[in-house]
Design a protein around this ligand. Structure first.
Ligand code: BTN
Length: 234
């Protein structure tokens, strides 16, 4: 395992995007602080210095790259398995929730030329941050808020890394994670307000499908959505 740690970097995902050509498969880059941390849907990912676990993993292995549709949700599962607390769930496509609050987020990016050269899986886990100031619909949570004590970030980092490594080996052996993932489906059977094709609607989530798309009921239609096709407003 090749690990790189920065006290300060713009973003661990961006660092890997710039440098993937010179780095090995499974290089793990973490940082105490990101000056331009990025989240999904072009959002910023803000995190207090040294309080949280911020890292990205470089995937160059072609047998994993071809599984790109499942890797982000399997990364969320790995985070849950590493943390190992009750009441953790996956809010599709890949947020980790504790009860009704977000604990961790995942940003999977691909770098392509004429083919996908590599995948970059960026994970931010809220660990010791107690206050989250920003425009949140619901304030995120952290392990420290859940457990009422500070957590050792290095120990957690090792656990998460090992869990991802072991699950990704299983992916290469065609292991089926679906049964584990459906049990953790936060949105299943919830009525939510969401944007589909620029339209804001109330929909009912029926659950995560075998191919990790999301089955929803919109009026009388059943739709199977990929992650880019829906934005939740909850
Ligand atoms: C999201 O929920 O919107 C995804 C957040 C992903 C944040 C992590 S922190 C480490 C890595 N570097 C980034 O700039 N983003 C990801």
């Amino acid at each position: 395992m090749k690990t790189i740690h920065f006290e300060i970097i713009d973003s661990t995902n961006t660092y890997l995007k710039r440098n993937y050509k010179d780095l090995d498969n499974f290089t793990f880059v973490s940082a105490d602080f990101q000056s331009a941390g990025r989240g999904r849907n072009n959002r910023n990912w803000k995190s207090e210095k040294g309080e949280n676990l911020l890292f990205s993993l470089l995937i160059k292995d072609e047998s994993l790259i071809k599984e790109f549709k499942s890797l982000s949700i399997i990364s969320a599962l790995s985070v849950i398995e590493a943390i190992d607390l009750p009441e953790l769930s996956i809010k599709w496509p890949n947020d980790v929730y504790y009860k009704d609050n977000k604990l961790a987020g995942i940003l999977l990016e691909g770098v392509s030329t004429d083919k996908i050269e590599c995948l970059i899986i960026g994970i931010g886990i809220n660990v010791n941050q107690k206050e989250f100031i920003g425009d949140y619909k619901r304030e995120p949570t952290s392990l420290c808020k859940i457990l009422n004590k500070d957590i050792n970030i290095e120990t957690l980092k090792e656990k998460v890394y090992k869990q991802i490594e072991s699950n990704f080996k299983l992916v290469k052996n065609n292991y089926d994670f679906y049964k584990k993932i459906v049990k953790l489906d936060y949105l299943k059977n919830k009525e939510v307000y969401a944007e589909i094709n620029n339209e804001l609607r109330n929909i009912k989530v029926l659950g995560i499908n075998k191919d990790y798309s999301l089955k929803v009921k919109k009026d009388n239609d059943i739709l199977n959505l990929q992650s880019g096709e829906i934005t939740f407003h909850v």
